[in-house]
Design a protein around this ligand. Sequence first.
Ligand code: UDP
Ligand code: MG
Length: 309
Amino acid sequence: MKLLSVIVPCYNEEENVPFFYEEFLKNEDFFREKEITWEILYVDDGSKDATVAAVKKLHANDERVHLLSFSRNFGKEAAMYAGLQKSRGDYIVIMDADLQDPPSLLPQMFSCLEEGYDSVATRRVSRKGEPPVRSFFARRFYRLMKRISRTEIMDGARDYRLMTRQMVDAILAMPEYNRFTKGIFGWVGFKTKWLEFENVERRKGETKWNFWKLLLYSIDGITAFSTAPLSFAAVMGILFCVLAFILIVFIVVRTLIFGDPVSGWPSMVCIMSLISGVQLFCLGIVGQYLAKTYMEVKQRPIYLLKEEL
Ligand code: UDP
Ligand code: MG
């Protein structure tokens, strides 16, 4: 018998917890046929509603349901990491509680593993039901990442992924604080099969992401998997040095020919403010990396557990 660990990060998902369980159970016949036992690890990411109670209710009836509860909201990345750490399965799958990652795909995913893949990942091919502005920037982000990072990060990739124990151990060997799982999956490598599916809207409740949070998350992703912005700052510096040199020559020559060194005060102000803007911008880029390094060297725990069942 092989064990499948299902990791379900939950933040204020009291309504979805039982739905997810029901929907997942629809695969029972398939699991029996394949001789697979399973465990579900609901990771409560410091929910403010009755998520914990909902999981406890399931746990009371079915000992295959487990609960990990955080002391506060640490974010989905931390929840996934905790789940991976506590999972014992030969196979591990991460799924959203809101059923946007359809459990009905599992049999197909398992058949891909049998073909010899180490991991089966999913990506949505449509972004139906999402605000168009968000889709636009999401596309831009993936395109940018493709250019500036050597790690493969797929457009529309979800965290819904079935993995072998070997791959999960590789992921756990990366205990970095600033986690960007989509990048980590790509970084560890292994043979990955991509399945595509149409976007499914969440069952109950609302998404926890707004535009601002996603923007910050994308900056996390860029700093975690690319140092291109640092090179960009250096290139900007060189460009402006060259420009300044040309300007110096121009002004010296002009003064020698026409005299009047005082005129040109407005252009001076423009140039100075432009250059100081660029300087601050580049300093900001360096600061981003410094800040990430600072958080990393502190070596704070990625999550704190309050309760475990
Ligand atoms: N989630 C979490 N911690 C958070 C935010 C979200 O564990 O701080 C969980 C959430 O409960 C859900 C999954 O991550 O199971 C995806 O969240 P959501 O549906 O809000 O994101 P979306 O599907 O809109 O990208
Ligand atoms: Mg969702």
